[in-house]
Design a protein around this ligand. Sequence first.
Ligand code: PDD
Length: 306
Amino acid sequence: MSAPMPAALLLPDVPCWLDGRWLPLNEARVSVLDRGFLFGDGVYEVIPVYGGRLFRFDEHMARLAHSLQAARIPDPQGPEGWLALLRELVARVAAHSGSADQLAYLQVTRGVAPRAHPMPPGLTPTVFLMSQPHTPPGPAQRREGVACVTARDFRWERGDIKSTSLLGGVMARQIAVDRGAAETILLRDSGHGMTVTEGSSSNVWAVLDGALIGVPPSTHTLAGIRIELLRELCEEEGIACHLRPIAEAELTIADEILISSAGRELLPVTRLDGEPVGHGALRGKPGPVYARLHAAYERAKVEQSI
Ligand code: PDD
């Protein structure tokens, strides 16, 4: 019997890869003793695919290597192996769905073992890849922007690892959902007052005095692939860009607030905790820095996908 699939999200029988073979997603099964299932003991990547090509592939591989190494899970493939697998996945999903724009997901868990907390030596990691047709945010969302709320960051201290242990992120996102907002911007006491760490599944940016300010990656802030990308795009556009802590109070005076992630790309935040973001005629509206970076991002999709 097929497992129930979430409605309207995925094609139930879209091809996926599990532990060395291709099979329809609704037929893929892992052991209940998989440590990914029991402990969230695994790492993952989400890679955008444009026109059948992987966006910023090398950067995703570098981050995957960091996550695996930090979690002490052996890399079962290496970059060449991942590239071949992901390309085949994208081609199969494109043939199945007719969509060359996708979000590819890859997950590596420590593997299957009797339940005990210590890391068992010598396990074979479980490798799972799937991809789904993806529509980036549309014109209406880009015109209107999105609403966000703020909340205290109650997640763990290894936010540099892209871990499948996501209960903290799920709980953080639900705070926004319960208030009709798109994302929760998380704040932590940094010793110098409350500062932004990141969104529940995005990085956060503020425009202050014409400069784009982003939060530097740390153990509280994932090294989002879009952090380096936006730095490069700012350079191209002649927009000043600095990575430094963003104080909570700066969010209330920012000219613009943006969020970035693989799926959402770059989006303007036009309401924060129910208040319009920005000043003057642009209060509550996407601003000029967003508009320029969005255009630059669209160009980068074409130039930086392999
Ligand atoms: N999440 N911070 C967190 C906690 C995230 O989960 C993500 C992405 C980001 C942005 O990283 P990137 O630009 O590399 O997507 C920052 C992915 C998309 C997810 O969990 O689906």
